[in-house]
Write a protein that binds this ligand. Structure first.
Ligand code: PRP
Ligand code: URA
Length: 222
């Protein structure tokens, strides 16, 4: 029996990738992968995993010391120094956002709409609404699937170049080696956190073993 002490673990092959091998997360991921898991349970499990991952991902967020008056006496405590912005990539990223908001309800939520053209596999942008001062704090880019990396790289470029964000992390449920390598070469300063580094992509650009089409499974549009 192997007991993992580091949490999450940095991938040996991909310096930009951190994998959550925690048994509770892995058990939930296995249920998500199962083709018999229906959308309501799929959504619940995905949100649970997202909240658990966020708890660790946010561990280096900066805090400021503040005074606080308890019913007994005055003391000091901590408050987050900068506003946190969650940025789900529509539509599947929405399936992870509530789980993270349950940990940090005060986070702001921006949206980037981009879908993958099924023929060309290229990202097709269609929506963007972000806080104008998004670069003033940490940004968490959210998408359960990192496949070719086209959608994530498009969103990351928008955040880095158009909105001048420098404190970006990305959280995914499952990633492919191809997608992680593309992000490493195009956005080396964005660490990616995931529950699984899967094997590869198939000829249709789907992750193997993966879990199928995340958006369809989250929203029951199969
Ligand atoms: C899925 C997924 C990612 C993208 C990953 O979205 O949620 O955004 O594919 O693929 P890529 O890494 O090759 O770009 P999809 O395009 O199916 O849109 P949807 O969420 O609206 O269903
Ligand atoms: N998008 C998905 O939803 N699943 C994949 O496996 C690849 C892209």
């Amino acid at each position: 029996m192997m007991i993992k002490t580091r949490m999450p673990t940095q991938s040996k092959e991909h310096p930009n990738l951190w994998v959550f091998e925690h048994p509770v997360i892995q058990e939930k991921l296995t249920r998500i992968r199962n083709l018999n898991t229906q959308h309501s349970e799929f959504r619940r499990l995905l949100n649970e995993i997202s909240g658990l991952m966020f708890f660790q991902i946010s561990r280096d967020y900066k805090t400021t010391t503040v005074d606080v008056e308890t019913p007994i006496e005055r003391t000091t405590g901590q408050q987050l120094s900068h506003p946190i912005t969650l940025v789900p990539i529509l539509r599947a990223g929405v399936g992870m956002t509530d789980g993270i908001l349950s940990m940090i309800p005060e986070a702001r939520v921006g949206h980037i709409g981009v879908y993958r053209d099924e023929e060309t596999k290229q990202p097709v942008p269609y929506y963007c609404k972000l806080p104008t001062d998004i670069s003033s704090g940490p940004v968490l880019l959210i998408d359960p699937m990192l496949a070719t990396g086209g959608s994530a790289s498009y969103a990351a470029r928008l955040l880095e170049e158009d909105y001048c964000c420098t404190q970006i992390k990305m959280v995914c449920l499952v990633v492919s080696p191809e997608g992680v390598a593309k992000m490493q070469s195009e956005h080396p300063n964005i660490p990616i956190y995931t529950a699984s580094l899967d094997r590869c992509l198939n000829e249709d650009g789907y992750i193997l073993p993966g879990l199928g089409d995340a958006g369809d499974r989250i929203f029951g549009t199969l």
